[in-house]
Design a binder for this molecule. Structure first.
Ligand code: PLP
Length: 381
């Protein structure tokens, strides 16, 4: 039996280079960055060097990079910081795409409780359109929040055009870049967002580390208070081995030819659509509109949870949507926001490929998928 991992949007394998880098930092640079002796200064220098590397990869200033414990913390932080800024200016309205990750959506009740109004934008064919954002703006809009790329269907939003609309209106633009960073070119300055978030385990880096990138003139409030780390914005002893792993993982990941990943995922998608009846593509098929590795497909009349269990029994790892909602009986909020019914949403499978997948693996998945689907349909007759 082969083991085929096609759930890279949930997490990626840490590369050997990243593991070696982290071990090296654990062994040789383990002192507290806040210390006043040479060994601590070396650790603190390394931290700043990692900040510069990440800033260089994303085209921002090092002082705009704030390390966090991952994407969820960065998303929570960004939304809460924008809430405070909005309230200072007496603005309590925000525009949010309806298919954001729960790391964003689940902060919004805090805004509601404090009297905010939220305009949710449903995607059109999987995308948030700049015109939709423009139409939703009001005189009391405090911020706009649209993710760079969607984690379940892989669509890449026109963030450059959205940021221009926000900049013209003088409204900060928050962008969850967790699925995009590393996978497609993300340029903080050129794309024009005010806050961007990222998470290392999505690009071969370690778990539990990410970053919030914020325009340096944006007065963001602290996420965690305590010591003065991260410029008094995010207290707690810095996790240097993880940060070093993230900085290396990002620069290494940017070297990967994502065209090969896109080619492989298209082989898989076309194989499924051609050979298995009653299947539909949810992800757009154009390379420039979607992440290279993600493809979301609906299998009419089948339950994704049952299909995933059968795939698992032959060593294939895929997912029904975001990892955090796997096993939940609720249909995906992403697919519902696109206008699919609950039944359709429950029939969707996300395959997320990486440069580590091979053509043999794609062939293996296609063979088993065809057999399993036939089998499941026979049983349900
Ligand atoms: N945002 C998006 C779009 C994601 O896909 C994820 C994780 O799947 C997160 C945020 C949360 O990131 P983390 O797992 O680092 O907390």
């Amino acid at each position: 039996m082969m083991n085929v991992y096609m759930d890279n949007a949930a997490t990626t394998r840490q590369s050997d280079r990243v593991l070696r880098e982290m071990e090296n930092v654990y062994r040789n640079l383990w002192h507290n960055c806040s210390g006043a002796y040479d060994a601590a200064l070396r650790a603190s220098d390394e931290l700043e060097c990692c900040r510069q590397k990440i800033a260089h990869s994303l085209n921002c200033y090092p002082e705009e990079v704030h390390f966090t414990s991952g994407g969820t913390e960065a998303d929570n932080w960004g939304i809460r910081a924008l809430k405070r800024i909005g309230e200072k200016h007496n603005r309590r309205h925000c525009v949010v795409s309806a298919y954001e990750h729960h790391a964003v959506l689940n902060v919004l009740p805090e805004l509601k409780n404090d009297g905010w109004e939220i305009t949710y934008i449903n995607p059109v064919d999987g995308f948030i359109l700049p015109e939709q954002v423009k139409m939703a703006l009001r005189s009391d809009t405090a911020f706009v929040c649209v993710m760079y790329a969607n984690n379940e269907i892989g669509t890449v939003n026109p963030v450059g055009a959205i940021s221009k609309i926000c900049a013209t209106a003088g409204i900060p633009f928050f962008c969850d870049g967790v699925q995009a960073v590393g996978h497609i070119p993300v340029d903080f300055r050129k794309d024009g967002m005010d806050i961007l978030t990222l998470s290392a385990h999505k690009f071969n880096g370690p778990f539990g580390v990410g970053a919030l990138i914020a325009q340096k003139n944006l007065p963001i409030s602290p996420m965690i208070v305590g010591g003065g780390q991260e410029d008094n914005l995010r207290a707690g002893t810095e996790n240097l081995p993880a940060v070093a792993g993230m900085a290396l993982a990002l620069s290494d990941y940017l070297e990967i030819d994502q065209h090969d990943v896109f080619w492989l995922r298209n082989k898989l998608a076309s194989g499924i659509l051609f050979n298995i009846p009653d299947t539909h593509l949810v992800t757009p098929s154009c390379e420039y509109d979607s992440l290279p590795g993600i493809v979301n497909i609906m299998f009419d009349g089948l339950e994704s949870s049952a299909l995933l269990a059968r795939l698992n029994s032959v060593g294939i790892c895929a997912s029904a949507g975001s990892a955090c909602t796997t096993g939940s009986p609720k249909p995906s909020h992403v697919l519902l926001s696109m206008g699919y019914t609950a039944e359709q949403a429950r029939s969707a499978i996300r395959f997320s490929l990486s440069h580590e997948n091979t053509l043999d693996e794609v062939a293996y998945v296609l063979t088993h998928l065809e057999r399993i689907v036939k089998d499941m349909k026979k049983i349900s007759l």
